[in-house]
Design a protein around this ligand. Structure first.
Ligand SMILES: Nc1nc2c(ncn2[C@@H]2O[C@H](COP(=O)(O)OP(=O)(O)O)[C@@H](O)[C@H]2O)c(=O)[nH]1
Ligand SMILES: [Mg+2]
Length: 245
């Protein structure tokens, strides 16, 4: 048997499993910590909000924004990071790994797993892993995607706070206002939490002045925004326009 025919046949099997996402549509790439419910316990993360973990997630989001080609912005909450990745800026803009799903998700999860473990600030170095998923959606749904993730962040935030104050049995079937009220009765006002605790944070490309060899110069850099608006609010219009376009 000729070598090339064996190779061609194997390549054929390989190609059959190769899927690409549609070019020029916005892509969402979401990374999520694997079994972080137990990872956070083994690591000794504090409840309801562990700021060491949060700062690591912010660093991870920035690293991913800088290393996934075409990223416009990153959003992080809890143990997850969502990236908005575009390849429609110009007709010849290239897509990261040609939007080959297997490449995109495997490289993205390796990048995340590498960075997170290399920058683990906790004393107990429990290995952490990240899964990744990638998909495209219509332009008109991009903001709705981030509204969905932010609503998840907000719901989790109130339930984490409630769970730190009451046993689970007392929290079952309680509505938003009731939970807020219960927290308030224990002296904790959910509204007074930090923005990052209530709705997560974003990494956005901003124009910044940096010191160059020939003096100050202007650069576009990814920076962390710890005071993001509520994505459904009218205040978010300008912010969204500036960050996403
Ligand atoms: N103690 C603590 N745990 C957290 C914090 N942020 C996220 N977690 C944990 O991470 C989990 C993330 O949720 P999810 O991805 O749905 O669950 P997973 O499948 O166990 O990773 C939460 O259920 C919490 O248990 C934090 O700030 N402190
Ligand atoms: Mg997880």
């Amino acid at each position: 048997m000729r070598k090339s025919s064996l190779g061609d046949r194997m390549k054929g099997y390989e190609c059959a499993a190769e899927m690409r996402l549609t070019r020029r549509l916005p892509m969402i790439l979401r990374l999520d910590g694997k079994a972080f419910h137990s990872w956070t316990k083994k690591t000794g993360c504090v409840r309801p909000f562990d700021h060491t973990l949060m700062e690591m997630m912010f660093g991870l989001a920035k690293y991913l924004c800088e290393n996934v080609g075409g990223t416009v912005m990153g959003y992080t909450q809890s143990d997850e990071v969502s990236l908005l990745v575009r390849d429609d800026q110009a007709i010849d803009t290239e897509a990261w790994f040609d939007k080959r799903i297997q490449k995109v998700v495997s490289v993205a999860s390796s990048l995340a797993t590498y960075w997170f473990n290399a920058n683990n600030e906790f004393e107990r170095k429990v290995p952490a892993f990240f899964d990744a998923r990638a998909f495209v959606l219509p332009e008109c749904e991009v903001r709705n995607y981030f509204i969905w993730r932010q609503e998840d962040a907000t719901t989790n935030s109130l339930s984490m706070l409630s769970q730190s104050l009451y046993p689970q049995s007392e929290l079952q079937r309680k509505k938003w206002a009731e939970l807020q009220d219960m927290c308030w009765r224990k002296g904790r006002n959910w509204n007074d939490l930090e923005s990052i605790e209530k709705r997560g944070a974003c990494v956005c490309r901003r124009t910044v002045t940096v010191e160059g060899r020939g003096g100050p110069c202007i650069r576009r850099k990814f920076v962390l925004d710890r005071e993001i608006p509520i994505f459904t609010s009218p205040d978010a219009e300008n912010w969204w326009h500036e960050v996403v376009g």
